[in-house]
Structures are given as C-alpha cells and as structure tokens.
Design a protein around this ligand. Structure first.
Ligand code: XLS
Ligand code: NI
Ligand code: NI
Length: 436
C-alpha cells in the first residue's frame, strides 16, 4: 500500500513541555482519569466527509487541496481515499471514524449501481477495520446533496423522494451493522422549509415521524444494536430546520413516540447557530436523559454560519467534559470531529495539526473537569443554592403534597422569601482557576 502521509510518523504523547508539532502535549491515551483511560473517556472520531472529501471549495471559490489519492476514476479514488483514511487514523491514534454512505463511495446513476459501489468499498473498509482495530462510531446517510432531495427527504412534498430516502437509509443501516457501527445518526439536512407559503408543516412533521418509525422497525428487523441519534441544527442549508435544537428535537421525539429510540448527537457549531451555547445544549440533553454523542467543533464568533472549525477553546472543552462526566460519560457516543481545516490550509499535514490540537484541547478539558469533580468545586455552591428544596416546604412541593391554597397559607405566615446571591462572578473565578 502506498503511503499517503509520508511526512508524518505515528503521533505520540510527549507531554506539556514538548515542542514537537507532531506530538500530543496532553492527550495520553492510556493515562487514567477518574477510573478510565483518556481514550475510553473521549472516544475520538474522525469525520470522513470533512477530512477526506473536503476540497477547500467554498460558495465563492474552487477547490484548493491536492491530495495523493485524487484520481480520474472515482472508484479508484474511493479505494485510495479509504487507504489514506486508515493510514491517517492509525498514525493519529484515533479509535473511531464516522461517514455518510456516499462519502466513502461515489453515487452511481441508479440506486442499484450506487449500492453495488458501496458494497465494494464497504468490504474494503471492513478489512481495514480488522487490520487496524479502528471502529465505526456511527454511520449515516447523505439525504441532502443530490438534487432529488432539494425539497427534503422524509419531508419532501413527493412520496417518491421519501421512498428513495427510505431505500438509502435501509442500505446505510445494513452497512453500518455490517461494519459493527456503534451508532447511526440522522441529520435532517433539508428536513425543513425555505418558504412557508408552499409548505404543509404539519404533514411534513408527520412524515418525518413516520420515516423514523420505519428506521426503528428496520433496525429491529435486522437486529442492529447500535444507538440511534438525531442531530439538531436550526438552519443551513434550509432557512428553518425542524430539528432546530435539543429542545425541539425532544418535543418531536416525544410527540411521535420515539423518545426511547433516539438520543441526541449535539454539535457545538449548531448550538451557536441556534442562539445557544454547547453548554446549554448538553445541559438540556443531559437533564432529559437524551445525551448521546457530540460533534466536536466550533463556530467563529464573527461569522453567522456553520464554519465547522476544529475545537481549540479550553474553557469550552472543560465545560463540555464537565457536563459529559456529570452525565455519566459516553457509552455508545464519542467526540466526532465534525470539523474542517480552513481553505488556505492546503498541506495534508494540516489535517494532523488540526486533529492533534483538538484532541489535546479535549484532553485538557477532561483533566480540568475531572479535577473540578474531584474537588467538588461547584457541588457545595449548587447544593447551597437549592437548599430550600430540602426543607419541609420544598419537599411538600416536589412531592406533590401541596397546592396553591397551602402556598398561600404558607406565604401569609412567612411573608417575603429570603434573599440569596447567585454568586456568578465568584463562581466564574472558581472555574477560571481550573482552566489549565
Ligand atoms: C452538518 C452536519 C452533518 C452531520 C452528519 O452540518 O453536522 O455533517 O453531522 O450528516
Ligand atoms: Ni455534525
Ligand atoms: Ni455542522
């Protein structure tokens, strides 16, 4: 097999003092943190679509990257790309990857031809997985690039498009199972609307619910054991996407009786597009028992779109890991770097710098968060803030023992509530001491 990244050797952990750009300064896969290794906690995944299919093109400009696996024959290119991908995973030392069906194999003229192409590449993927030990974190299906999906897939005005989408997801589920995928993600790229005047919203929601039930049924039928995720995003490419944020996904899942079958895959840049923070989206998902996996990236504070940059902000990774650890850590999920290098980052080695930096950023976040948990840095402060709920009044309210009449009687007797400070600035100072 040719070497696609000849300038890079296996990336090793060299510790915080290292000046080697091709070494980890913080991510030490075997190092134990709160009883598990860093690798077990963080479960890093590489996003095939950005890292191997990204070209550097943007809506205003043509591709800027030249890669050794580019080839005039699309199937030969797909094979070479896959070999390059596994060389990359192995050199980087990540245990997982994620892909859409037609990231790994080019779509053919017909569904049958597309499936045949996919089968060929997937066999090769299975072999490379076995050779390297790299696993599939989750599979997914591209239901947004092809023109047939311009009006959505499950929410398309055409049942024929719905059918095509069903056929594609069926195959993607089979492929994900075959590769031992630990999950499967639904990201409804065009499940939304551009214009409400031509949209029957209620009907589209019902169709999306129906589609996901079909997926749940088929999952049972083929005995696929992986976890299903739905990935919220408020817009882009549509003006409005139905899976807007964690809260709207939760309402949707409840309404259609799907809440036991899908968890959320939360993406940082999608959170900010929705006017939230990653912190908010993780907290909501954790509070409702639907935190599944994370697409780890970041946006740009000054740009209002999904820039999908690699995560570098230690404050953010600390907050994220704090919430993830508090929620019990990942089970089937992980940190998938749904992120792309910038258009001017044209060297293949830039892919390594991007992932090394992001993995180190999350390793630091993990260490910081574990220290906060060990020190109980926030526990007392939060417990103190809610201590009233441990009183008789609090317990009676939470236990459903009192109603408005008793609350009125209580208030007549006790008058104005006690005032207590939220101590935000103090808490922020405490947290800053942990950002290392
Ligand atoms: C796009 C999404 C997409 C999903 C997988 O914004 O993040 O990449 O993660 O379809
Ligand atoms: Ni994503
Ligand atoms: Ni995204």
């Amino acid at each position: 097999m040719p070497e696609y990244f000849p300038k890079v050797k296996k990336i090793k952990y060299e510790g915080p003092g290292s000046k080697n750009p091709f070494a980890f300064k913080h991510y030490n896969p075997k190092q134990k943190v709160m009883g598990k290794t860093m690798a077990e906690h963080l479960r890093f995944g590489v996003a095939y679509w950005h890292t191997f299919c990204g070209t550097g093109a943007d809506p205003f400009g043509l591709p800027t990257y030249n890669r050794a696996y580019h080839h005039s024959d699309p199937m030969r290119e797909a094979e070479m790309k896959l070999e390059a991908a596994f060389e990359f995973f192995t050199k980087l030392g990540v245990n997982y990857y994620c892909f859409h069906d037609f990231d790994i194999a080019p779509e053919g003229e017909t569904l049958a031809e597309s499936q045949k192409r996919l089968d060929h590449i997937v066999k090769l993927a299975k072999k490379l997985q076995n050779d390297t030990g790299v696993k599939l974190l989750w599979g997914t299906c591209n239901l947004f690039s092809h023109p047939r999906f311009m009006g959505g897939a499950a929410t398309s005005p055409s049942p024929q498009v719905f059918a095509y989408a069903g056929a594609k997801v069926k195959k993607a589920l089979e492929v994900t199972k075959y590769l031992g995928g630990e999950g499967y993600t639904f990201w409804g790229g065009r499940e939304g609307y551009e214009c409400l005047w031509n949209t029957d919203m209620g009907r589209e929601f019902d169709h999306l619910g129906r589609f996901l039930h079909m997926a749940v049924d088929y999952k049972k039928e083929i005995k696929f054991k992986g976890q299903f995720y739905i990935e919220p995003k408020p817009c882009e490419p549509t003006k409005h996407q139905y899976d807007f944020d964690s809260a709207s996904c939760y309402a949707f899942l409840q309404h259609y009786g799907l809440v036991d079958h899908l968890k959320l895959n939360i993406e940082a840049n999608h959170a900010t597009l929705a006017g939230h923070t990653l912190h908010h989206e993780l907290a909501f998902a954790a509070a409702h028992g639907i935190l599944g996996s994370v697409d780890a990236n970041r946006g740009d504070e000054l740009l209002g779109w999904d820039t999908d940059q690699f995560p570098t902000n230690i404050y953010e990774t600390t907050m994220a890991m704090y919430l993830i650890l508090k929620a019990g850590g990942f089970t089937t999920g992980g940190l998938n770097f749904d992120a792309k290098i910038r258009r001017q980052s044209t060297d293949p080695e830039d892919l390594f710098h991007a992932h090394i930096g992001a993995m180190d950023a999350f390793a630091r976040g993990l260490k910081n968060a574990a220290k906060m948990i060990k020190d109980k840095a926030l526990d007392k402060i939060v417990a103190q803030r809610y201590k009233g709920w441990d009183s008789k009044l609090g317990k009676d309210i939470e236990g459903g023992k009192v109603g408005f009449k008793e609350l009125e009687a209580y208030t007549f007797e006790h008058g104005e509530p006690e005032v207590q400070s939220g101590r935000q600035e103090y808490i922020e100072n405490v947290i800053n001491e942990y950002i290392a």
